[in-house]
Design a protein around this ligand. Structure first.
Ligand SMILES: Nc1ncnc2c1ncn2[C@@H]1O[C@H](COP(=O)(O)OP(=O)(O)OP(=O)(O)O)[C@@H](O)[C@H]1O
Length: 272
């Protein structure tokens, strides 16, 4: 069974234009990036997955259960959402209380909740800030608190809305490590991103949202190998992919490491 099935999903806000115009998607455990220009409906889509909004028509099944037939509270044990703005999520006055709120809320027993909270705080590198007030911390640290809050709930599905905003290299690498770890555990991470370099280096599958439809859906390398189609969605391919293209390489590069390795090999071949 798929972790998520989206069937002929249509959505519009009251009085708004139709934003999602018949989306069909199936999600297994592969880490998946959602990209698309501003206003394409990406955040709306993840709110629909989380059950915070209901389809105007069509269905969303989470582990086979229709989001129209389950309360948001019950769904929270299966699917967590890290909001784009941590201010929309954080409301407690200590980091520990904030992170343990989620596990408590879905009825995880106290000992287990405490353990998963401490583990999540270590995973995001905030184990020394448990007693701090989240609002005394930086924006990027508050973002990591929001991520820890969702990790501590141990949901099988984790949705991230722009997790890398305001993160430096350390924060980005930390988030990349988390995505890979969750994927390795068979848990599904779906993330909205504008940072194409991070998408290329981190995610197995990539979806492009445009004009209310999913216009590209493939493994990340295949998506970025279609440079013209990516540009038609008003997106810039990753920098290393563009560099490879400009140098006339036929291979699609997703990471600087691959690019350097191949360039050195080509240089050696040229010398011989
Ligand atoms: N609660 C709302 N009521 C009415 N319209 C809304 C609401 N939330 C979002 N919209 C509109 O729906 C459209 C899509 O918004 P959404 O946030 O889903 O797009 P997005 O692809 O996530 O954009 P971004 O990349 O800028 O975050 C936008 O035009 C937005 O103004």
């Amino acid at each position: 069974m798929n972790l998520i099935d989206v069937q002929n999903l249509h959505f519009s806000y009251p009085e708004g234009i139709e934003l999602l115009k018949g989306i069909d998607l199936a999600f297994d455990h592969r880490s998946t990036a959602i990209i698309g220009q501003n206003g394409a409906g990406k955040t709306t889509f993840v709110k629909l997955l989380k059950g915070l909004l209901k389809p105007v028509s069509g269905d969303i099944l989470i582990n086979g259960v229709n989001t129209k037939e389950i309360s948001v509270a019950k769904l929270a044990a299966h699917i967590g959402l890290v909001f784009q703005n941590p201010g929309d999520q954080i409301f407690k006055s200590s980091v520990y209380d904030e992170v343990i709120f989620g596990p408590h809320n879905i009825g995880i027993p106290e000992d287990e909740a405490d353990e998963s909270t401490k583990k999540a705080l270590i995973e995001v590198g905030l184990e020394n800030k448990v007693n701090d007030n989240p609002y005394d911390l930086s924006f990027s640290e508050r973002k990591l608190i929001s991520i820890a809050s969702i990790l501590a709930m141990n949901t099988q599905i984790v949705l991230l809305d722009e997790p890398t905003i305001a993160q430096d290299d350390y924060g980005k690498q930390l988030i990349q490590g988390l995505v890979r770890k969750l994927e390795g555990e068979g848990r599904l991470v779906i993330s909205i991103l504008h940072d194409m370099d991070f998408v290329a280096e981190t995610f197995t599958r990539t979806l492009v949202f445009q004009n209310g439809k999913v216009t590209m859906d493939n493994d990340t390398k295949s998506v970025f190998s279609q440079t013209e189609a990516v540009r038609r969605a008003y997106l810039e391919p990753p920098h290393v992919t563009q560099l490879g293209n400009r140098l006339g390489y036929t291979e699609t590069y997703l990471t600087a490491e691959q690019f350097v390795k191949d360039s050195l090999r080509k240089r050696e071949e040229f010398k011989q």
